[in-house]
Ligand binder design. Structure first.
Ligand SMILES: Cc1cc2nc3c(=O)[nH]c(=O)nc-3n(C[C@H](O)[C@H](O)[C@H](O)COP(=O)(O)OP(=O)(O)OC[C@H]3O[C@@H](n4cnc5c(N)ncnc54)[C@H](O)[C@@H]3O)c2cc1C
Length: 465
């Protein structure tokens, strides 16, 4: 096969890679992108999008199941509902398929050349791609590594058979009777809660002393209450050991040292993700590492001239929107623009029930950074719109500097509040002060009013509490 050359070569078409390629193409950079699987990466194929589709289906099913049991305060009654998970998954797959085509179309529109196959570096300027029709060699002035991440495997619980990762959990064609979830982070809880709503008996094991340990305890309290309501057993301080000899139960050690035997039709291991650094020729390069990840500077440049890296391969937070923002920035740099990473916050969301959003600094982080802080917290129990949606659990909390009221962080927990992440991110990115949020008319009745009230509360004059 003939060797081709280009200005920019992007390896991996996840959110980091494909956004980089589209933006570079828009700017007239001669760009090639290589992807071994389907466009969209983890996010679109086995991550963000499919998980949210199943979470939505589970929410709807749980709602009607609850109502069918005669528990609707809205006066709605219905006959016994049923779930056909194979159809749910087929619906999810259709969404994924539409988005795959969407990404391919956007790449084409930006005049990016897409090559399907596994890319491997030969040297810092040359990559060989194993395609269906042979090896395609590509020489590029600049290369972006956007190879993403993979689920972490536990030595005692290798993936296969009953032991599954999030990828397989999002493609089950039947609701398992029992599901043990190893790992109480956001992926484990999002999927665990969804399956509990579908009717599985779910147990969550977390080695630390509480679930969602990366969020403060106050923020996660409504989620913990909901886990209980859904009948999910949480074993904090427990350590998964392996499967029983017969393979029908998960063996674990409880916080007090007791041996546990948890019958489980499926065991979902969701203990984190690791950067994908194997089999693409890392050994041919001389790239510095930062812990497990590739080291990058504030322009996403690696330690080798002409090689950039974006997305999960570069570190935490491993989130799609961080990858996209990095990808866009690198494309503009390659096109000759002056850019560097100057973001004030990367909002993080747990699509649990209720949802959790965190943007910027928590009160503890702000204090640890030396700031004297003012806090304002407003509960959804005092928000009319939340009441009309049966979503009174949770609150919005604003963290600001005490001296000049600059907003440093915003956290919230509540039903459907992921959509407030846009307002939170904008406020922090624009350098809003408490007075800016308090002085902005927030439409009524919306859950967003709780954001305005939290700012008013921090200023000492909340109106509705
Ligand atoms: C279940 C789950 C739920 C998630 N939910 C969210 C969420 O709600 N919000 C959020 O922000 N993030 C979420 N994430 C994380 C998000 O998916 C990742 O942060 C994001 O996909 C990272 O993007 P990326 O471009 O770095 O890599 P990836 O999306 O992993 O894409 C990398 C791509 O590179 C390809 N590739 C790798 N090596 C090669 C090679 N040598 N040759 C050719 N192709 C190669 C891979 O096939 C892959 O398609 C979730 C993840 C999971 C697993």
């Amino acid at each position: 096969m003939k060797e081709i050359s280009c200005t920019l070569l992007v390896i991996g078409a996840g959110p980091g890679g494909y956004v980089c390629a589209i933006r570079a193409g828009q700017l007239g950079v001669d760009t090639v992108i290589v992807e071994a699987e389907r466009p969209g990466g983890t996010c679109l194929n086995v991550g963000c999008i499919p998980s949210k589709a199943l979470i939505h289906a589970a929410e709807e099913y749980e709602k009607v199941r609850h109502w069918a049991a005669g528990a609707s305060p809205l006066g709605i009654s219905l006959a016994k509902p049923a779930i056909d998970l194979a159809r749910t998954v087929a619906w999810k797959d259709r969404i994924v398929g539409r988005l795959n085509n969407g990404v391919s179309g956007l790449l084409k529109k930006a005049k990016v050349k897409s090559i399907q196959g596994w890319a491997r570096f030969r040297d810092g300027k040359t990559v060989a791609v194993e395609t269906e029709t042979g090896v395609q060699v590509i020489r590029a002035q600049t290369i972006v590594i956007a190879t993403g991440s993979l689920p972490v495997e536990l030595p005692g619980l290798p993936f296969g058979g009953k032991v599954i990762s999030s990828t397989e959990a999002l493609a089950l064609d039947r609701v398992p009777e029992s599901l043990a979830v190893v790992g109480g982070g956001y992926i484990g809880l999002e999927i665990g809660m969804a399956f509990a709503k579908f009717g599985a008996k779910v147990t969550v094991l977390e080695t630390l002393d509480r679930v969602l340990p990366l969020y403060d305890a106050e923020l996660t309290r409504p989620v913990v209450a909901r886990l209980k309501e859904l009948g999910i057993e949480v074993l904090a301080g427990a350590r998964a050991r392996g499967m029983s000899g017969k393979g029908d139960a998960l063996l674990a050690e409880a916080a007090d040292g007791r041996e546990l035997r948890l019958p489980a039709e499926k065991v979902l291991v969701a203990v984190g993700r690791r950067p994908l650094l194997e089999d693409w020729g890392l050994e041919e390069l001389d790239l510095d590492r930062e812990g497990r990840f590739l080291r990058i500077d504030e322009t996403c440049r690696t330690s080798m001239r002409g090689i950039y890296a974006v997305g999960d391969v570069t570190g935490e937070p491993m989130l799609a929107h961080r990858a996209m923002a990095q990808g866009e920035m690198v494309a503009e740099i390659v096109a000759g623009e002056r850019r560097s990473w100057d973001k004030r916050c990367i909002p993080a969301i747990c699509f649990t029930d209720p949802e959790v959003v965190s943007a910027g600094l928590t009160p503890e982080e702000a204090r640890a950074a030396g700031a004297e802080v003012k806090l304002g917290q407003f509960p959804f129990a005092a928000n009319g719109r939340a009441m009309t949606k049966l979503g009174e659990a949770g609150f919005v909390r604003v963290v600001a500097r005490a001296d000049n009221h600059l907003v440093l962080g915003i956290q919230a927990v509540g039903q459907g509040i992921s959509e407030l992440a846009a307002a939170f991110g904008l406020a922090i990115e624009m350098g809003a002060r408490l007075e800016d949020i308090a002085g902005t008319i927030h439409a009524h009745p919306t859950q967003g009013e709780a954001f305005q009230e939290a700012a008013l509360k921090a200023l000492g004059h909340a109106l509705h509490i």
